[in-house]
Design a binder for this molecule. Structure first.
Ligand code: CO8
Length: 258
């Protein structure tokens, strides 16, 4: 792959979007490669994925404006679908995905980050949906996920006014969970990923599914979704051993994902 690299260690996969000359902007090829990279992740040996951008300036500066500038209505819809399909794949990926936002997260970059489970960023990060200034709406889920994350009023202001916000403001409104100096971003992200990877993988996956599925439904149905997923963890080796270890006052020696 030309623009996406992937490495994996200790159950943590790190996927880097590597197109620094265009501040890691998402053209069709980057989206295709991102899609392929997720398809290739070995879910037996990976428990968390981290997505970041190459360089020290940008996570992703948006969808590629040069590719979009002359698109017809039909081509624009096709491009929108390509991005939406990949981002939905990330959002519903069986294991947690963390965005380590190392700079610009504008337009499609902010939308990519929002399709991840957790967002952490560096102090130089900048967030925004500048699309209306380019004569378009957000097109990779921004009108939907931003409102769900930060509330309707804030999302509408950010999108209508095309206001960019800095890391501290993003933290304040709940768009990111943590802000770190750029030089510490990956180390801190890997610490968080490591904590997640240490827990029972079947239970972590079931928790993701319960949260994501439940949030889109009413409470009566949502608690049943949780009930089923909760029950599905029982009789697994990891559940049996973890509870036994607790009762015997000892630590679990690494979960098996079984
Ligand atoms: N697309 C293509 N190229 C880009 C993009 C982009 N989004 N962002 C930056 N680049 C390129 C620049 O053109 C420049 O290339 P070159 O060196 O060949 O001229 C290079 O990256 C470096 O950029 P700058 O020189 O502009 O760097 P600065 O540090 O001066 O500025 C900014 C950085 C502020 C990030 C600036 O580059 C910028 O404003 N970029 C555009 C940000 C933006 O508007 N993003 C939203 C795009 S629209 C979008 O994402 C819609 C998503 C849904 C699409 C659905 C389609 C149907």
């Amino acid at each position: 792959m030309e623009f996406v690299s992937y490495k994996s260690e200790n159950f943590i996969g790190v996927l880097t979007i590597n197109r620094p000359n265009a501040l890691n902007a998402l053209n069709s090829q980057v989206l295709n490669e991102l899609n392929e990279a997720f398809d290739k992740i070995d879910l037996n040996n990976t428990r968390v994925v981290v997505i970041t951008g190459a360089g020290e300036k940008s996570f992703v500066a948006g969808a590629d404006i040069s590719e979009m500038s002359t698109a017809s209505i039909v081509e624009a819809e096709k491009f929108g679908k390509k991005g939406n399909d990949v981002f939905r794949k990330i959002e519903t990926f069986p294991i947690p995905v963390i965005a380590a936002i190392n700079g610009f997260a504008l337009g499609g970059g902010c939308e990519l980050a929002m399709s991840c489970d957790i967002r952490v960023c560096s102090e130089n990060a900048l967030f925004g949906q500048p699309e209306v200034g380019l004569g378009i709406t957000p097109g990779f889920g921004g009108t939907q996920r931003l409102a769900r994350l930060v509330g309707l009023g804030k999302a509408k202001e950010l999108i209508y006014a095309a206001n960019n916000i800095k890391a501290e403001e993003a933290l304040k409104i709940g768009l990111v969970n943590h802000v770190y100096p750029l030089e510490n971003l990956m180390e801190e992200t890997m610490k968080l990923a490591g904590k997640i990877a240490k827990n029972a993988p079947i239970a972590v996956r079931a928790s993701k599914k319960a949260i994501n599925t439940g949030i889109d439904t009413d409470m009566d149905r949502a608690i049943i979704i949780e009930q089923k997923l909760f029950a599905s963890c029982f009789e697994t080796e990891d559940q049996t051993e973890a509870m036994k270890a607790f009762l015997e006052k000892r630590k679990v020696e690494g979960f098996k994902n079984k």
